[in-house]
Structures are given as C-alpha cells and as structure tokens.
Design a protein around this ligand. Sequence first.
Ligand SMILES: Cc1ncc(COP(=O)(O)O)c(C=O)c1O
Length: 328
Amino acid sequence: MIVSETVHRQIESASWIRRMFEEGIRLKAERGAEKIFDFTLGNPTEDPPEKVQAALRKLVETNAPGSHSYMPNAGFPAVRRTLAESLKRDTGLPFTENHILMTVGCAGAMNTVFKAMLNPGEEVIVPMPFFPDYQFYIANFSGKMVPVETTEEFDLDVAAIESKITPRTRAIILNSPNNPSGVIYSEKVLRELDLVLERANHPIIVISDEPYKSFVYEGAACPETSSIISNCVIATSWSKTWSIPGERIGYLAISPRMPEADALYQACTFTNRILGFINAPAIWQLATAEAPDALPDLALYSEKRDLLCDGLARADLRGTWVSVCRTG
Ligand SMILES: Cc1ncc(COP(=O)(O)O)c(C=O)c1O
C-alpha cells in the first residue's frame, strides 16, 4: 500500500466530515444552493469585514513592501509588535514581538507548538467534546491524546483533569468558546485548573485554542485564559473572526509568564519553518496589522444562532446531542 498504515487508518476515521462537505456540493448543484445548509467545515457565510477588505485592497494596490517576500520565519517584526500591543491590552500581560509567531492558521499554530514540545508517547489532555483534528495534530508528533470527561453542562471538570495527569502529561488543550459545545470556561474554573497545574510535579502547558474568542453573545464575556493560567500558549487565527479560513493566517503567542518562554519561542520559530510552513502568508500578516481590531458583525451571527437554538430546543434533541458528544 502506497499510503502509510497510520494515515490510511486516520483517513478511514476522519473522512465523514469531508464526505458530507462533498455531498453538500453535490446537493447544491442538484437542488440549488439556497436549499442546502452546509454546517460541515465551518466555512463562514459572511463576507470579511469591510475594514479588512479595504486593508487588503490597499496592500495590493500599493504593492506594499514585503507583501510577496520571505521575512523572518516568525513573521514581520512590526506586525508582531502591533499584535503584541493588542494582546497586552486584552490580557494585561507584557507581551512583546518576541512572544508572537505568525502561523498558517490556527491548525498551523497547533502543529508548530506540538512539534516543538512533544516527545514520543507524551500525553495531551483534551476535554470532551473537542475539535476532531486535535487527535491528528497530537499523533503527528507521536503524542498520545487523553480525552477527559466534562460536566453535564460541558464545563471543565477539574478533578477529572487532575485524575488524568501522569508524569507523561505535557499539555492540556482548552478551547473556549468551545467548538462544538459553545461553552465558555469561567474565570473560577480556570483558576481551579491553574492551582491543579501548580501542584503538578512538572510543567504542564495549557494550549489555549482561541479562534472563536470574538463570538460571544448576550453580554457574555470570555475570560482571557492566559491572564489566569501561568503556563499558557495561545493558538488562534482570523479564519472565523474575519471569515477568511482559506487565507490561512493565525498566530501563536507564548505567555511571558512561562519560565522557558524564550526557549519555546525559538523552538516554535524553527518548527514553523521545518514543517514546511516557512512563514505565514506575507500579505495577510500585513493585513492583520492594518486592521488589528476589526470584528465580525455579531448581529448577523446572533440571528442565525437564535434560529438554530430555537429550532433545536423545539426538536428537543438535547439527549441525542449529549450522547453524540460523549461518544465522540
Ligand atoms: C476549535 C478549532 N480549532 C482550530 C481550528 C483550525 O482553525 P484554522 O482554520 O484557523 O486553522 C478550527 C477550525 O474549524 C476549530 O474549530
């Protein structure tokens, strides 16, 4: 067989979302795009914010310096400086350009940090339900994913996490707001987790996967995980915030509170290169610095969210949903 046994097995277990996406394309052609609602890959339906489109137009029209070039593997220093300033305002932590690494989306960010930190057989704890591709990102570097139960409400169960910690535990992935449950982890539960991690006999890093940070509704606020958890790396992207998942732009931010932040940053800069990413897309790096605070129009999402939530509530599927999530 030309395909490795591992990848063959992974394709078998992971192909159903892609198959549904392909089926969606077929059905749209057969029945009309307006009749098919595709919830498979998380392709945003809205256009990128006008501010973002204007920034990109300006960069193209002026043929902005560097927009098609290589740059330092970590990304343009000026862009990283701008993002560090914005993160500093959000978290209160002294982020600088030397904590920010521009990446090929959030998936690129996660693969880059796992490549930099995981030794074969080391474990990554992942609260359920989770974005299914985590298992592959961890397996890419011979790590072992350790799923952990959450509460009835899909909130973190800190005692359950503590019970899964072994001498081989290197990291925990937190994704808040969570895909797929939508749950936001509270400051209280994050503080409890930080205490557990402080008690562990060795450093355990929280990888905070934050691509949905801007998507909060009804006055809710999403606590900054890195402000609460000492040993934290943020992985994020503009894929959802700006409706640009195909452009592949994101970043890793290594918390200045982490004792070995600089060593991990240097390692990630190297692994971003040797994984073949080399650097994040140049013109999109520049665009992020042009419009660092552009946000999605939440009113549009809110309307759809209400429609879907009301429909699900009427259909009374909660039991079914919970059992699907619990079994992965
Ligand atoms: C929870 C979560 N993390 C990471 C990703 C990957 O994001 P990106 O497309 O920016 O690589 C996704 C994409 O849907 C996601 O839902």
